[in-house]
Write a protein that binds this ligand. Structure first.
Ligand SMILES: Cc1ncc(COP(=O)(O)O)c(C=O)c1O
Length: 431
């Protein structure tokens, strides 16, 4: 039953008794009342040293970085297994130099929407390179990956249409469909039989199937070889979000569709620059006609400021480096295999990851809180993933491995994790 004021009024807030779900579903006549109770929840979390989110990073996302630790109230050094800087490009000297030079030339921002004066020449060049990377006729660059999915899906769908989503799809995919007013149907993660069952019931309706290349919370790969033939059989369109897969998968870095040799089958390929590219932004790619339509009808593109030109210049440099030198990519895979083996040998549950995105399954919210507190105390920064990013009983840590990690750093990460999970064997909530 949903939490309400009656359950909480007059009681001291105890963070151990509730999760974020309770506040997402809080019942009240007053729109803002939930914030009063939620604030108490956060204060109790901070008092108990559970408030590990939103701590200021004092240095950039290198494999070791400094963070202002809210609990210790001081700047501390951490091993960073949390940033998506998979190929270390955010600090590549050539990228940094290119961005510095572009800052001189273009200033700090685009200060206009792309259809007006925000469409800088570096963005145009970047779109041409991306279309090539994805094997598509044209690409459109958005300011973030989130805005890309929201803009594309809300542009192509209308009320009465249907989007069929893998249940583990990213929030931006769900939100784009919601904004369009189209219906959402879901199928069990990566399950072709379920997809077919859903599509069978939708014949005659305009439909798009949305899947991810690498799933962002699980690190497993989309079952494209089985899902695509079913999508085509029922005449549905196909969108694949390659956020975590671009530059990490495929012979040319195109993503998981390229990895399976199926890139021609994808109608709209989405990507972000916030992962392997080491920066910020997103892009959609597809036919020239479709991209021309999206440029005019994706509201998150039309009504928002364009990517800063210096960011686009840095991204062009990333593509240049990636295309001439695959040693960083090879190192990423060497590190990924190394950490998988270490984590498995330590008896940790890393689910079905097949990528540099590695979940370490925990289960309950309370246990996750205690584990994350202990990991931070020991100097390890990981993704701490709870509802609404994953379902209530599937909370986890998420490790992001980078080509820039050394074997020693990976060994330290696994040692700290092993120690903490061992300590937790006898742990009971409230102890
Ligand atoms: C699959 C997927 N799509 C889209 C996004 C949003 O990307 P961005 O952070 O660039 O807005 C993410 C971000 O984590 C993601 O994992």
């Amino acid at each position: 039953m949903a939490l309400s004021k009656n359950d909480l009024a007059g009681k001291a807030m105890n963070v151990d008794d509730y999760t974020l779900v309770d506040f997402a579903e809080f019942e009240s006549d007053d729109l803002f009342e939930v914030a009063d109770y939620f604030y108490e929840y956060i204060r109790d979390a901070a008092k108990k040293k559970y408030m590990v989110y939103g701590q200021p990073m004092m240095t950039g996302p290198r494999t070791e970085f400094e963070v202002y630790d809210n609990n210790a109230q001081m700047v501390r050094k951490f091993h960073n297994f949390c940033s998506y800087n998979y190929l270390g490009y955010s600090f590549h000297p050539e990228v940094v130099q290119a961005v510095q030079e572009a800052l001189e030339k273009y200033g700090s921002g685009a200060v206009s929407a792309p259809l007006l004066s925000g469409y800088s020449h570096p963005i145009k060049l970047l779109e041409e390179k991306l279309a090539k990377l994805k094997g598509k006729e044209e690409a459109v660059v958005f300011s973030t990956g989130y805005m890309t999915n929201v803009g594309v899906l809300s542009a192509v769908l209308r009320p009465g249409d249907v989007a069929v989503l893998d249940i583990l799809s990213h929030a931006s995919i769900y939100d784009g469909v919601r904004l369009s007013g189209a219906d959402i149907k879901i199928f069990a993660h990566n399950n072709p039989r379920q997809l077919e069952k859903v599509l069978k019931g939708l014949e005659g309706r305009r439909t798009i199937v949305c899947i991810e290349g690498v799933y962002s919370m699980d690190g497993d790969l989309s079952n494209l070889p089985e899902l695509i033939p079913i999508t085509k059989k029922y005449g549905a369109k196909l969108l694949v979000d390659e956020a975590h897969a671009s530059l990490a998968f495929g012979k040319n870095g195109g993503g998981v569709a390229e990895h399976f040799g199926l890139e021609d089958q994808v109608d709209i390929s989405i990507g972000t620059f916030s992962k392997s590219f080491g920066a910020i932004g997103g892009y959609a790619s597809g036919t020239k006609k479709l991209m021309t339509f999206i440029r005019m009808f994706a509201r998150s593109y039309v009504f928002s400021c364009a990517m800063a030109p210096h960011t686009a210049v840095g991204l062009l440099k990333v593509l240049e480096i990636f295309n001439r030198d695959k040693s960083t990519l090879n190192k990423l895979w060497e590190n990924t295999h190394y950490i998988w083996n270490k984590l498995k040998a330590a008896g940790l549950d890393i689910a079905d990851t097949k990528s540099q995105v590695i979940p370490v399954m925990v289960g309950s919210d309370l246990k996750l809180r205690e584990i994350s507190k202990r990991l931070l105390h020991k100097g390890l920064y990981t993704g701490i993933v709870t509802y609404p990013a994953v379902s209530k009983n599937k909370t986890r840590l998420r490790l992001s491995v980078s080509s820039a990690h050394t074997k020693e750093q990976i060994d330290t990460c696994v040692r700290i994790l092993t120690d903490v999970f061992r300590e937790m064997e006898d742990w009971e909530p409230g102890t």
